[in-house]
Design a protein around this ligand. Sequence first.
Ligand SMILES: [Zn+2]
Ligand SMILES: [Zn+2]
Length: 72
Amino acid sequence: MLGDCPYCGDLLTSELRSVTCDNCGDGFHIQCAKDADEFSVEVNSRLLGSTSYTLDCPHCGDSWSMGFDPRG
Ligand SMILES: [Zn+2]
Ligand SMILES: [Zn+2]
């Protein structure tokens, strides 16, 4: 479901990477959250060649894993 990014107010489109929190349902642009400094990511190196990233939701504080580097 596409909504508005709370940071820039634009629609969440595929032009910018965006994520939607499974817990609170809020979506936002990754870049906007980074710019707002409300973004933290942990890189979890597991097996060789397999890396997962943990992102904390700036709204509810829930964290979840993603399969791509959200900082990229
Ligand atoms: Zn945005
Ligand atoms: Zn959330």
